[in-house]
Design a protein around this ligand. Sequence first.
Ligand code: ADP
Length: 260
Amino acid sequence: MLEISKLTHTYGTGPSAHHALGGVDLSVAEGELVCIVGPSGCGKSTLLRSIAGLLRPTGGRVALNGVPVERTPDNLAVVFQDYSRSLFPWMSVADNVSLPLRRRGMDKKGRAEATAEALAQVGLEAAATKYPWQLSGGMQQRVSIARALAYRPALLLMDEPFGSVDAQTREDLEDLTLRVRGHHNMTILLITHDIDESVYVGDRVVVLSKAPAEVVGDLRVDLPGPRDQITTREHPDFVHLRAEVGRLVRGMRSPSASAR
Ligand code: ADP
């Protein structure tokens, strides 16, 4: 459903130009959960912003269901790391979740049903009338996820979505993501700098090189399901994959890394 070919992006011009993306090729099939990892500052967010139509890349092509992305597609949602800036503090939790549905022209009854269902999926039924600032960071990020779920996007982009919460909440949100993707068979692209997280939640882990970023590894994660924070992380395949991804992120060659 998502086709990225020879994607390049350069910030600025002349001697101060920064080549962030150096020709990224990537295909994502419908229903896949693909994690993108890479060294800090390599261009992960630049890639995500190009896919979301928030940034016009300097070269190459992004197509969603065969249609070139030139502005933000209607059937796409993004969850950002900084939940405190992506929720409106003066709107209730339910209003935050239903806002994109209103913009989509859904009637009041439909909006109320979709909002209640999405809040139930993230376990926040009781917080519908609260305001974001009355909730913990992890709960606020669950509201952001509920907003994306209610919208039923074909493609969900997540940019370091669990980077600003504590370790326990992070694990809860990883499991929540695995659970809700099962409900809607959404296609998800999740950017993270956390190698363990990429292997734990991904069907595939795509590794980017340092800037100018290119795909240096594309590993399929075939771990026995359902995944579990304790048993999955001690599974020999998990330990092996984590090491492979770690080597690739550090630019080390590995004979067994399967670049597809
Ligand atoms: P990552 O998400 O992998 O940490 P980013 O895509 O945010 O990396 O950034 C890649 C590089 O591009 C970084 O060196 C960053 O400083 C630079 N960069 C990002 N946005 C801009 C911008 N608007 N103008 C200039 N340079 C930028």
